[in-house]
Write a protein that binds this ligand. Sequence first.
Ligand code: BTN
Length: 326
Amino acid sequence: MTESLILRELLAAGQGWVSGGAMATKLGVSRVSVWHQMEKLRSQGFEFEAQPARGYRLSKMPPMLHPGLVEAQLKVRRKGFGFEVRETIDSTNDECARLLAAGRPVPFAVFAQRQTKGRGRFGRVWHSESSGNLYSSFAFRPRIAPERMQTFTLWMGVNLCELIANFTELVPGLKWPNDLVFDGRKAGGMLTEARVDADHIRDLVFGLGLNVNSPAAGWPADLASRAVALSELAGKPLDLNRLTAALIGRVLLAYESFVAGDHLEKFPELWHRYDRLRGRRVAVLEGGRRHVGAVSGVDDEGALLLRDDQGRSRRFRAGEVTLEKT
Ligand code: BTN
């Protein structure tokens, strides 16, 4: 805790100096304790200038995910919310499921520098080697009906687009139901998983993999033409810790408005803004069958609406969508 408070003071000072004594008084700890924390931060890749008369000035931060830097940049501290950053984990979704099963209070989130068994939809592998990317999962226990899960992912998707658009000035898009795309290349994917009791959701994990700072040359051959990182599109590395702090704020807010039902007013306009499939000719692969048609939108349950060549309307609750050549 002291660590993130110290970082908060140093970040707030920007290029200015913060005196060790003033920090100690403000945080209610000894000067020695501040000094110890600064040394610990140095060993984690932070660099400070120190001048006896002026104090400390932050000159370098580690590029990797750092819990203190995330905590220090949270705009709002939500009561009861906790998160952890793991160096290596099998899957942040799986870790959340285990913690939920063990009874951990919600909401909470798990982040990882890398995953050894990152999963995507249809049990696919989510390439999770670069520690410059975001591997995150949020855990909740919502009292909602299971059929609302699809709209939950779509709602989270538009919120993530808003977050990325504000943070980077890039123009993101969504490919139903869970892909974050830029001109057809995928920068992120969402995986919502729930345990269901009779007619309601017992607990829910919202997973997000976002390619933030991975080098363009680092993708395996099969992904090289399909995957992209935000840094490549922005032409510069992004501040992973500030982005993660903003993500936490956005996801928690979006979750609350979904559970309260007041997202319904905003969703159609936002979906319209970010949906990249509307009007496009696509093929939907569902249960081994391929259906071709033009996308006319999504319905109230988040199902994809397709008008086939005979003019018939079809709806798909799940499926893999590919763009047809025109
Ligand atoms: C997809 O596009 O198919 C969804 C990909 C979701 C990947 C994220 S990375 C963090 C979380 N943990 C996982 O194992 N999967 C999700």
